[in-house]
Design a protein around this ligand. Structure first.
Ligand code: AMP
Ligand code: MG
Length: 491
């Protein structure tokens, strides 16, 4: 692996050089061969022992200059001027075969200057959760960082009790966050802000390089990517759980999988994260919080946008003003797709029809994923296949009434059942990483050193849109006794 590191050239105030702290007795849990194949062949050809040493942080390639990035961030609305990579270490950039460049990071690799009171390590559970969920998101076609490898460390970390430790290697289009900009804005270091903005534009938005106002254009592009990203989260029932500004990627990818979860039963205000007691990052709040975070980004860019601060504010406001419309359009387009509706329908009428479905799902405790999967199988002129969908609802009549309206609306699109069903099935997954399944995989690994449930779940999630015979247990929602009410972050 040959690393480059252009981030290093930004200057010392951007990072602290820190090697990973070696671990005692690493073991490879999983190596992502598909992802590795995107890189020059040398990566796929590495022998097992080298992979173990590399992805545990025990072996640093000569070309890598490991560092921890500095950043700030609003955590649950409170500004913290100094966060930074406290348990992650950046190894550098790798070039893919197609010429594109990605960043590589080890997470759980030991203390850094930014660790504060933490140990810089990660328990095995959060490593497995991030591996499963980020790779599932990728297969669900949602922009995300990816997982390249996971290892056990052979050491234990101290949490409420002793738990085996792990390290995940993750790959991103960028590890720069909204909080990276906030770090320099808080110090009123305009020169550093400008360098950072140019670095991001060159790396992630090269098409903006020669525009009249590149920093404003950067804001507009991030606004667009985040609005569309969050619409996609809503469409798969994903709850990030900790959308702090330091966990919002400048490249518009889902990043920092902590106390995240997919919804089983549909609830508008669903929260899983144990620390989110006020529901700030509840399912239905995500679009709004996205805008709140982007407003924090806009504030940092003002001095770069225009020397006249009032004018800069107006320009930034215009850009932020587009967010909700971009989000709403993306939401409507995605949800129409999930219900087999084309753009031929009246937008407002379609929106109302979709909203009504969500209300009925909420009132009747219907499973989010299965509702859309079963809906995808229905025919226009016969209701003989309706039964399994209706059974998801406490009051089957409620959805029956809605299906009458839905079928009336389908006439407008004049698609055959086969055409509509195949479109819908390409958008509505059979399998999502259900929380109780993730928990079972983590329990087996942490408590019994048994990685079989992890591998089995990972395997099913490789093809979330294909029905896989014999895998019905991964499809079904949790039984009451299996339900997970809280998820925890990795700290
Ligand atoms: P996050 O959970 O990613 O939002 O983390 C917020 C901040 O806490 C970041 O600055 C992390 O680097 C830091 N942090 C989280 N867990 C640990 C840990 N185990 N050791 C040191 N720092 C940590
Ligand atoms: Mg974070």
């Amino acid at each position: 692996m040959i690393f480059n590191n252009r981030y290093l050239n930004l200057g010392e105030e951007f990072y602290h050089k820190t090697p990973p702290v070696p671990v005692l007795n690493p073991n490879l849990i999983i190596f992502n061969h598909d992802l590795a194949a995107e890189f020059p062949a040398s990566l796929s050809k590495l022998d097992h022992q080298t992979l173990v040493e590399l992805f545990s942080g025990n072996l640093i390639p000569d070309s890598s200059i490991p560092l921890a990035m500095a950043y700030a961030g609003h955590q649950f609305g409170q500004f913290n001027p100094q966060l930074g990579d406290g348990r992650a270490i950046y190894l550098g950039e790798l070039e893919r075969r197609d010429g594109s460049v990605v960043d590589v990071q080890l997470k759980g690799s030991g203390r850094t200057r930014f660790s504060r009171s933490g140990d810089g390590r990660s328990a095995l559970g959060p490593v497995l959760r991030e591996y499963l969920v980020s790779e599932a998101m990728f297969k669900l076609k949602v922009p995300t960082t990816r997982a390249l490898a996971a290892v056990t460390t052979g050491e234990q970390v101290i949490r409420e009790q002793l738990i085996p430790g792990g390290v995940i290697t993750r790959v991103a289009s960028s590890f720069i966050r909204v909080g990276s900009f906030q770090y320099f804005a808080a110090q009123q270091n305009i020169e550093a802000l400008e360098k950072l903005s140019h670095y991001v534009i060159e790396r992630n938005y090269p098409e903006l390089q020669h525009t009249d106002s590149p920093h404003l254009a950067l804001l507009a592009s991030v606004v667009t990517r985040q609005a569309k990203l969050i619409a996609q989260w809503m469409q798969v029932g994903f709850i990030h759980g900790v959308m702090n500004t330091d966990n919002m990627s400048i490249a518009g990818e889902t990043i920092d999988y902590g106390p995240c979860a997919f919804m089983d039963t549909y609830r508008h205000k669903q929260v899983y994260s144990y620390i989110d007691s006020m529901g700030r990052y509840a399912y239905s709040n995500q679009p709004k919080i996205g805008l709140w975070n982007l407003t924090r980004l806009a504030e940092t860019l003002l001095p770069l946008i225009n020397d006249d601060i009032d004018e800069a504010v107006e320009m930034a406001k215009d850009v932020l003003g587009n967010y909700m419309e971009i989000y709403d359009d993306a939401w409507l387009q995605g949800m129409r797709g999930k219900c087999g509706l084309s753009e031929k329908g009246d937008s407002e009428a379609d929106r109302a029809l979709l909203q009504e479905l969500f209300n009925i799902m909420a009132q009747n405790k219907a499973d989010f994923t299965l509702t859309f999967y079963y809906l995808s199988q229905l025919n226009l002129l016969s209701n003989e296949k309706d039964e399994q969908l209706k059974n998801l609802f406490v009051d089957p009549q409620a959805i029956e009434k809605w299906l009458v309206k839905w079928r009336e609306r389908l006439i407008l699109d004049s698609l055959s059942d086969e055409e509509r069903q195949s479109q819908m099935l390409s958008l509505n997954p059979v399998y999502i990483p259900r929380n109780h399944q993730i928990e079972m995989a983590i329990r087996a690994a942490e408590d019994n050193d048994d990685f079989e449930p992890f591998h089995a779940l990972h395997e099913v999630l490789q093809k979330p849109f294909d029905y896989q015979p014999g895998k019905d247990s991964y499809m079904r929602p949790p039984r009451p006794e299996e339900e997970i009410e809280n998820t925890f972050c990795g700290t």
